[in-house]
Write a protein that binds this ligand. Sequence first.
Ligand code: NDP
Length: 456
Amino acid sequence: METAYKKRLDEFMDYIIAKNPGEKEFHQAVYEVAESLIPFIEENPKYKEAKILERIAEPERVIMFRVPWLDDKGNIQINRGFRIEMNSALGPYKGGLRFHPTVYLGILKFLAFEQVFKNSLTTLPMGGGKGGSDFNPKGKSDNEVMRFCQSFMTELQRHIGPDTDVPAGDIGVGGREIGFLFGQYKRIRNEFTGVLTGKGLNWGGSLIRPEATGYGAVYFAQEMLATRNESFEGKTVLISGSGNVAQYATEKATQLGAKVVTLSDSNGFIYDPDGIDAEKLQFVMELKNVKRGRIKEYVEKYPSAKYFEGQRPWNIASEINGNVIALPCATQNEVSGEEAKHLVDNGLICIAEGANMPSTPEAIEVFLNNKILYGPGKAANAGGVAVSGLEMSQNSIRLQWTREEVDEKLHNIMKSIHATCVKYGTKNDGYINYVDGANIGGFVKVADAMLDQGLV
Ligand code: NDP
């Protein structure tokens, strides 16, 4: 980066850090975007004069609230709820809810910030937002989860609506939680609207929504691979996580002829050198979605697989004979610089992020310096919110499209996001820097809308 740009970047980050103390994930997300955008903004002074970067990094509204609820023993529990309404230049705020003990303002602001660019890339009319709570659903009964969701929605309902802000799921918020949240919204507001996405199929949900993020990440990787005349056929895939995104990434990669050999959770990972085929994946889905068990139980059922306690899947790459694709699908900062180097030294050709910000800044540097096909989350995992957008469209016209129709639309959206990244990210030597591509491509549409709408 040129010295003048670096100086401007440092000044901007000093300003962000002073305004948002202690929110390190937010600083990291803003830095990653500003690094791409500052040279672009310096060349396009209309954005600089209107202070678009400063405005885009300031949430339009932040809501924080108390969530009191009674556990099964009759004890009072108190959690904190949040909704970050980040940017509404392109449409109603849109973005998931995360229930996880690590949730605090900094995590949700990073996610909301990323969401603005991601939603812009989908081509659909959606602003960006994110929310959640430090509530830990693990080990809670269904009744406890329901009472928590009802209390959470009792406050949240006054801030959201189908034309205002439309939340969805994220870590710890799946079909069960969306059901409880929707039920309480409907009860208080006395209206049946598309105020949440990820709804059940028989009450307003869209086909392919559960699959969308995982499938979309694989479709995006497919497009990246095609730029080098490669495909999933015959490749070995390392996946982290074993939740919603990881499960459907496994399904699609396997359908495309690859062998998925790892899955993980926050306790460790499993390595199955024979591949996690459709039948084994069915077992994982039952284990994770119904029994709510741990991934280590996989090796009890399939003893030829190995379990590694307290480790992440990336260092297993040395056991594989090259041709490796990595799909991190668990959480933020789950690929370190060292792990990235290990992957690159052991035949990594492509990495597409199903999770949000799973690669640390050091890991990203390794991928870019080695000219790996690297698809950042805001492009690669946009399939989830894209189908949420399609769920909103179906709710508005009160129709349900077929599985094939939604899947085809999702596939086309992922191709279009890829094309945007190529347009804004191709360097002089032909290398496609998808980080720059996604950041600049996502920014332009939001920034132009902000210019059109005046100083609001
Ligand atoms: P789920 O709750 O379904 O699954 C999350 C998975 O990640 C679980 O296997 C979980 O393990 C693991 N995990 C969570 N936190 C940690 C941690 N701190 N360390 C290690 N493993 C962890 O969530 P999703 O699959 O929906 O989300 C996964 C990622 O994808 C997140 O980054 C999310 O923001 C992103 N994403 C999700 C979208 C969606 O549509 N669902 C859309 C776009 C992005 P454990 O069971 O032990 O907690």
